[in-house]
Write a protein that binds this ligand. Structure first.
Ligand SMILES: *Cc1c(COP(=O)(O)O)cnc(C)c1O
Length: 495
């Protein structure tokens, strides 16, 4: 099956490798596969594969202009000892749910699952398309994505990565993680401004023809590693098939039995991957989309109204504090009959009025999904209860999924086996997690004090990502004003 990638906003169609190189379509749309391939084999057979073997098959079904040899090199480069367990993404059963641990990579959050392979996919795509320039990844980050992208791109030949972050806008641990980043091709720059300033300036640099020409003359081209890239979406489909196969291999279910999947959601990328897995034929009952109090998506699934006109609330699950879930555009495109004109109209309404309303006929196609949300108190209570019943400690993002699923199961009586996407290690959000399970012991402790306490309470060994930053030398200490960002990019690239 030959699969191409079509923009959600026009009839523009490209190959998988072109879609990965471009990131966003030039008409502003997102690339979607022209068809969803079937599962690459019988589930009983797939259950006998390693993560790497399965990744090769599932990704091969989507990225049809990559040769098997090319993909194998990408998979082997990505899913190796950077992960601290040989299974890459273990599935553990605790208190009636199956937690799919997606946080065993170098930055201990699920973004490593895709960002560890994206650099390989991108440099392979460049080679296939006769692009000989060095690929420069430019990113503005509010903390997590920038670090995960750097960890993925560090020392990958043919690439440079430049990350801008707001000097006073990230946590102490996040800053420490970034400024100690290794790799000769990694560059971290703090800016005097907030995240939006950094983000807008990066977009401007991307779209500035003068900048493009200047860095082009120095043998470079810009590319983007953000979550709308097909090269991030496709690797995420793999672990849902993997989780199902683990349950079969561990004797928890029979091949063919249905399961639910619950995903703590922000930009709608992770859960969209689960939707594609279901479309491939994975036996999935409900896709439960869990939001924190920024519950635009929960409201959308309940009413068919997507409405971002509301206050933005900072929570203890910051990676889900989002009012515009970019990847939802791919689902909208699909349920409006793969019609780029209709899809563009919805997106125009969102950018101009801050809202759109889908038709009943579109809503009828969303029956696979179930939205839900949890507030801070319910999240914390759920984390604490799970810990008290099983000794298992989850982070505050996974906590949202945990709370939403448990309430759904209680209210609906649905007893189907449920996989919960566990998106970050509790160590990454130690302060909040301690706040949930042992608030009385937190007093007077700094970040590392809380981490020590978490280790003691949970019995889970401290991940290398944390141990590392205790002692790693600071390698990056540049701070610039927002208006000097373009010059800084040129200086770094020698342009
Ligand atoms: C990015 C992130 C999410 C949200 O994932 P989306 O694909 O944006 O929906 C959830 N949890 C953690 C820990 C994250 O880093």
């Amino acid at each position: 099956m030959d699969i191409k990638y079509r923009s959600t906003r026009s009839n523009l169609e490209v190959t998988a490798s072109e879609a990965i190189l471009q990131g966003l379509s030039e008409d502003g749309g997102l690339f979607v596969p022209t068809a969803v391939p079937p599962l690459p084999g019988d589930l009983r057979d797939l259950a006998g594969l390693t993560y790497q073997e399965l990744a090769l098959k599932v990704m091969g079904a989507f990225l049809t202009d990559f040769t098997e040899e090319e993909l194998r090199a990408c998979v082997e480069g990505a899913y190796d000892s950077k992960f601290d367990v040989p299974e890459i993404a273990p599935v553990v059963k605790k208190d009636g749910a199956y937690y799919l641990e997606l946080f065993h990579g170098s930055t201990i959050a699920f973004k490593d699952m895709a960002l560890s392979i994206l650099p390989y996919l991108m440099t392979t795509a460049a080679r296939k398309n006769g692009e000989h320039k060095k690929i420069v990844i430019l990113t503005a980050t509010s903390g997590d994505t920038g670090k995960a992208a750097m960890a993925g791109f560090a020392d990958v030949p043919g690439t440079e990565i430049i990350v801008f972050y707001p000097k006073d806008g990230v946590s102490h641990i996040q800053e420490k993680q970034m400024v100690t980043q290794r790799g000769e091709n990694t560059h971290v720059v703090a800016i005097r401004g907030n995240f939006d300033d950094a983000q807008s300036a990066v977009k401007k640099i991307f779209n500035d023809p003068v900048m493009r020409e200047r860095i082009g003359a120095a043998g470079c081209r810009f590319s983007s590693a953000n979550s709308i890239n097909v090269g991030r979406l496709v690797p995420q489909i793999v672990y849902y098939v993997w989780a199902y196969c683990r349950l079969v291999a561990q004797g928890e279910i029979e091949a063919g039995d249905k399961i639910n999947i619950t995903v703590p959601t922000g930009n709608f990328g992770n859960i969209l991957a689960a939707y594609y897995a279901k479309e491939m034929g994975l036996p999935v009952n409900k896709l439960i989309c869990a939001s924190n109090i920024n519950k635009v998506l929960a409201d959308f699934f309940e009413t068919g109204d997507y409405d971002r006109r509301r206050d933005f609330v900072l929570t203890s699950s910051p990676s889900m504090d989002i009012l515009i879930s970019s990847n939802l555009e791919r689902l909208i495109y699909r349920i409006c009959g793969n019609d780029p004109v209709r899809c563009s109209a919805f997106m125009k309404s969102l950018s101009e009025e801050g809202a759109y309303h889908i038709t009943d006929e579109m809503r009828a196609q969303l029956s696979d999904f179930r939205g839900g949300f949890a507030e801070e108190a319910e999240n914390f209570a759920g984390i604490r209860e799970l810990y008290e019943r099983s000794g298992y400690v989850i982070d505050t993002h996974t906590g949202i999924a945990n709370a939403v699923w448990r309430r759904y199961a209680r209210e609906s009586g649905d007893t189907m086996p449920t996989v919960i996407a566990s998106t970050a290690s509790p160590y990454k959000f130690a302060a909040s997690v301690i706040g949930a399970i042992a608030p009385d012991r937190a007093e007077g402790k700094d970040d590392f004090g809380l981490i020590d306490l978490l280790r003691e309470i949970s019995g889970v060994p401290e991940p290398p990502a944390i141990t590392d930053i205790r002692t790693a030398p600071v390698r990056h200490n540049t701070v610039v004003d927002v208006q000097d960002m373009p010059e800084e990019v040129c200086r770094i690239l020698g342009a």
